[in-house]
Design a protein around this ligand. Structure first.
Ligand code: CAA
Length: 240
């Protein structure tokens, strides 16, 4: 029986690599995206993985979207909350909208998606939820009070839900990437990024498949004793 997995933000960047890694593990993967129809269509043509569109920050859209996915593909066994956005800026320049949108999508999205699929996992006594946090949620980052707060919140959310899922066979873990060579990181001004890379002991940006490998491990049949954990994959940039 093929496990059904949802990956949010699953058509591009780290999310695309996660979608592919779970497919390679034999799962039926559905990638959720919010914006770029053309990129999503190209993704499906390239990978054979279905893509569905909704805003993970919209509570009702998540409930309706997940119900439609379950009607089409069967009960969802695996959820990877990967969708995330940045609206960087120092506090003085950050608008309330920049704050709110990042919290709504990055942190609210985890709640909305878990609300949709966690009850079924609990009833069926098997589930895997992996929330993508960030080194910047662990260590903070200049110019990112919104993003750091949302990602930090994801780490707390993970440990709380892990306690609720444990006796029902539902594991909930976080994976905290460092700086990975995605469009999101490419948007950081070059001189700023150079200084950041200079502080990575491994001496380079990470690659999306290096994150996906960790997610695939946490979603495995044999990972049932790993819950409430944070797997940091950051080239040694932040160790704790
Ligand atoms: N610590 C202390 N001071 C810093 C600093 C730091 N890390 N970074 C910048 N400053 C200082 C600068 O030296 C400068 O000081 P002076 O005016 O005295 O010279 C001042 O702050 C203003 O810096 P900027 O010119 O950079 O200010 P800005 O308003 O043009 O830009 C910013 C601010 C948008 C936050 C920009 O610095 C930036 O983009 N920083 C990178 C933020 C970042 O790392 N984002 C990660 C995105 S990827 C991601 O989030 C994925 C993930 O999970 C890892």
């Amino acid at each position: 029986m093929s496990r059904v997995a949802i990956v949010t933000g699953g058509t591009r960047g780290i999310g695309e690599a996660i979608s592919l890694a779970l497919k390679e593990q034999g799962m039926t993967v559905i990638a959720i995206y919010a914006g770029n129809d053309q990129k999503a269509q190209e993704f499906t043509e390239r990978t054979g993985i279905a893509a569905r569109k909704w805003d993970v920050g919209d509570h009702q859209a998540c409930l309706d979207g997940c119900a439609a996915v379950e009607a089409e593909f069967g009960p969802v066994d695996v959820l990877v909350n990967n969708a995330g956005i940045t609206r960087d800026g120092v506090l003085q320049k950050m608008s309330f909208d920049d704050w709110n949108e990042v919290i709504r999508v990055n942190l609210g999205g985890c709640f909305n998606m878990a609300k949709a699929v966690f009850p079924g996992m609990r009833d069926r006594k098997w589930g895997r939820i992996v929330n993508i946090g960030s080194i910047n949620g662990q260590a903070g980052q200049y110019g990112q009070v919104n993003y750091a707060a949302a990602k930090s919140g994801i780490h707390g959310f993970t440990k709380a839900l892990a306690q609720e899922g444990a006796k029902y066979g539902v594991t909930v873990n976080a994976l905290a990437p460092g700086y990975i060579d995605t469009d999101m990181v490419a948007a950081v001004p070059a001189p700023v990024l150079e200084k950041i890379v200079a502080k990575i002991p491994v001496g380079r940006l990470g690659h999306a498949p290096e994150i996906a490998r960790g997610v695939a491990f946490l979603c495995g049949e044999d990972a049932g004793f790993v819950t409430g954990a944070t797997l940091s994959i950051n080239g040694g940039q932040h160790m704790y």
